[in-house]
Design a protein around this ligand. Structure first.
Ligand SMILES: Cc1ncc(COP(=O)(O)O)c(C=O)c1O
Length: 476
């Protein structure tokens, strides 16, 4: 055995063959596993905690800990009936890609540091724009996720309008800046307003209609109110697939209001963005080109492994106003314009992983057509669930299904108790049961069982099993 930090080609083959066997049998067993095996923090600590290891261990014993503890006690996001939150299942080809990515270990700060990786990122970001129908002249970069994309978009909007704030801080702001979201917006927009010094209290909640879409008349009213109070309406974030309900805001009408009042229009498409590849999702993108920025998450509905979000800026110079920095250690010397490109001018990170590799790999390997079919099938599953619920005598829908998110509850006829409490208990039972996994939402004040179909393995049969699982949990 050579030095543990520098292995021979044969040793690398042996390690990776053992790890690949584990990954292959994991994928093979995924659908038959419980989504989650109940455990406790203490039980996991008992199995894992030990003093800092001084001497190395052999790889097989580590793989056995991975198999027996880490794999066993993970929640399996790739299971066909894991329907909680907004979680990608990942794909086998990107699992293999992640190994290559780690072997290359590129640090994608700028062209000079990672020439091929930088060009691959430009290419894949161009493909994302093409998928959406977003202007080819727009800029953008891959970030850690949707929260970071929302943060970067708000930072760009703030600095584009008030460039002095970058150097002088929020004290340079003449008046209070206002941000507008519906009550369905992801909390990361409000959090970004806090982090950027705009203040979470200056995020206005616009009313929604029956289908939980932002009401443009209420947006207009709030903007007028803020203008009359001497504030500056800065930024409106429209949902293209809200986290809890999947609602899609009327982007065309919101864009009209944004134009009239010089508001920056951001579209949070972190969940819904890749519905653009599916024929039934396509109409939602009619007005996407009017957005000043867009948040996307390939690590959601493009099935990429966790850690790949994207922010698009219609005018990339707005992002430069927020993020561009010069320091002697990053000064680019002796390179032409394209080769002088630096990602740190467009986003908050300096060291960045090679996110584009898996994005490129999946798009090239599976192709946009196959991905679009899978996404269309996810939407069909959610609509099928909605039909099953409506045809049942014991369930009711709490929100319409727009994309692949569904919110419903168990409401057996004649039940005189508290339906919120009943469904809360059901959710816990269901999650413990291991056959199907939902998360929760509150819709119109009611506790909802919430599912999101985001997995190419999920079928309409899984929707039937899910309802049976909920009924079984109720009978317990
Ligand atoms: C609409 C929306 N925006 C933003 C986010 C945050 O994304 P991330 O978890 O990648 O930071 C989510 C997460 O579910 C989301 O659904």
């Amino acid at each position: 055995m050579s030095d543990k930090l520098s292995l021979s080609p044969d040793e690398i083959q042996n390690l990776s063959r053992a790890a690949t066997d584990l990954a292959a049998s994991y994928y093979d067993s995924l659908s038959d596993r419980p989504v989650l095996v109940p455990t406790t923090a203490q039980a996991l600590r008992d199995a894992l905690v030990e003093p800092l290891p001084q001497d190395g261990a052999d790889f097989d014993s580590l793989l056995s800990t991975i198999r027996e503890v880490i794999v066993r006690y993970s929640r399996h996001n790739g299971h066909p009936r894991f329907l909680g939150y907004v979680a990608s299942p990942g794909t086998p080809v990107t699992a293999v890609g992640s190994m290559v990515e780690a072997a290359l270990n590129a640090c994608v700060t700028c062209w000079r540091s990672a020439p091929a990786a930088t060009e691959l990122e430009h290419l894949t970001v161009d493909w994302l724009k093409e998928m959406l129908g977003y202007p080819a002249a727009a800029g953008g970069l891959l970030v850690s996720g949707g929260s970071m994309a929302n943060f970067a978009a708000l930072a760009a909007a703030r600095s584009a309008r008030f460039p002095d704030v970058v150097r002088q801080g929020v004290a340079a702001l003449p008046r209070r800046l206002c941000v507008y979201v519906s009550g369905e917006a992801h909390f990361s927009v409000r959090k970004a307003a806090g982090m950027l010094g705009l203040g979470e209290n200056n995020v206005r909640t616009v009313k929604t209609d029956r289908c939980l879409r932002m009401d443009p008349a209420d947006l207009e009213r709030l903007v007028a109110e803020d203008l009359a109070a001497g504030h500056v309406p800065l930024f409106v974030s429209a949902n293209l697939g809200a986290t809890a309900s999947g609602a899609v805001d009327p982007i065309g009408a919101i864009a009209g209001i944004a134009r009239r009042h010089s508001l920056w229009l951001h579209v949070d498409a972190a969940y819904g963005g890749f519905a653009a590849l599916a024929p039934s999702g396509r109409p939602f993108f009619e007005h996407i080109a009017e957005a000043d920025s867009v948040a996307l998450d390939p690590h959601k509905w493009l099935y990429l492994p966790v850690g790949c979000g994207c922010v698009l800026y219609k005018d990339p110079s707005a992002a430069r106003a927020a993020f561009s920095h010069d320091a002697e250690y990053t000064r680019v010397i002796g390179l032409e314009r394209d080769e002088a490109f630096a990602f740190w001018d467009y986003g908050p990170e300096l060291s960045r992983p090679f996110r584009a590799l898996n994005l490129w790999l999946l798009l090239k390997y599976a192709g946009a057509r196959r991905l679009g079919e899978a996404i269309e099938n996810n939407i069909a599953c959610a609509k099928y669930l909605e039909r099953l619920v409506k045809a049942s005598g014991d369930f009711e829908m709490l929100a319409p299904v727009e994309l692949s998110i569904f919110c419903f509850r168990y409401a057996p006829p004649g039940y005189a108790g508290d339906l919120d409490a009943l469904n809360e208990r059901l959710l816990v039972q269901l999650q413990r049961g291991g056959s199907s996994y939902l998360s929760n939402a509150r819709i119109d004040g009611k506790f909802a069982l919430r599912g999101c179909v985001l997995n190419y393995r999920t079928t309409e049969r899984d929707m039937e099993i899910l309802l049976d699982d909920v009924r079984r949990a109720a009978s317990r």
